[in-house]
Design a protein around this ligand. Structure first.
Ligand SMILES: [Zn+2]
Length: 217
């Protein structure tokens, strides 16, 4: 993911990208006895019921405005990642033999044989056609990508803005979000989550030629 702000048409990139006019709610974040929350309310009523974290609230239309290339919308990314919906079309990404199909920025490794897992905030894709569209529309993926099927994709944490437990001030920014694992007891309650992260395991790299995609357009 990048912070590119280049607007493009709906035909070019997928539905997880944010739109012009979308921005985090300006309601202050306050520090309470059980963690951070939005002012004028209680943390227990604001946290995500499935993951127990406070998620960033977004304002602005999800239907109007131009898509911003390469920049995920927190609301759309979260739903797509939590429900394993296609990053490009939003439909359920049904797993085939070998698991769900993923196209993610190529990590700094030579090959999958060098690692047991990859962590990603990029949701899966449902088909070679949507994968091709992602390669065409996303500059980050065009720069370097790895295509794989993964038999396991467990949610492991969040990317978000972490707040100091004493001062209540943010220690990360929306431009440089921190990764906080669901096992991180100290910081999880102090974080406003933007993106959900999954850990891919039991991976098989898929050559473009196996998907009837000879090369990235
Ligand atoms: Zn799709």
């Amino acid at each position: 993911m990048t912070t590119s702000t280049t607007p493009v048409s709906d035909q070019v990139v997928g539905h997880v990208f944010t739109r012009t006019g979308r921005r985090p709610d300006s309601t202050p974040i306050v520090l309470g006895p059980d963690g951070v929350h939005y002012a004028a309310g209680e943390r227990r009523t604001q946290i995500d019921p499935r993951y127990g974290v406070l998620r960033v609230r977004m304002t602005g239309s999800l239907e109007r405005g131009e898509r911003l290339l390469g920049t995920f919308d927190p609301e759309l990314q979260w739903t797509a990642m939590a429900e394993l919906q296609c990053a490009n079309c939003g439909r359920p990404a049904e797993p085939a033999d070998g698991g769900n199909l993923w196209v993610i920025p190529r990590p700094r490794i030579y090959s999958l044989s060098e690692t047991a897992h990859l962590d990603t905030t990029t949701p899966p894709v449902c088909s070679p056609a949507c994968l091709r569209q992602c390669l065409y529309g996303c500059p980050v993926l065009r720069d370097g990508q790895i295509i794989l099927r993964a038999q396991s994709a467990v949610p492991i944490g969040i990317l978000g803005v972490v707040y100091d437990s004493i001062t209540g001030r943010p220690v990360s920014t929306e431009q440089h979000l921190d990764h906080v694992a669901f096992t991180d007891d100290d910081r999880l309650d102090l974080t406003v989550a933007h993106f959900l992260t999954r850990r891919l395991r039991h991976m098989t790299e898929v050559p473009l030629t196996c998907l009837d995609i000879l090369s990235a357009p």
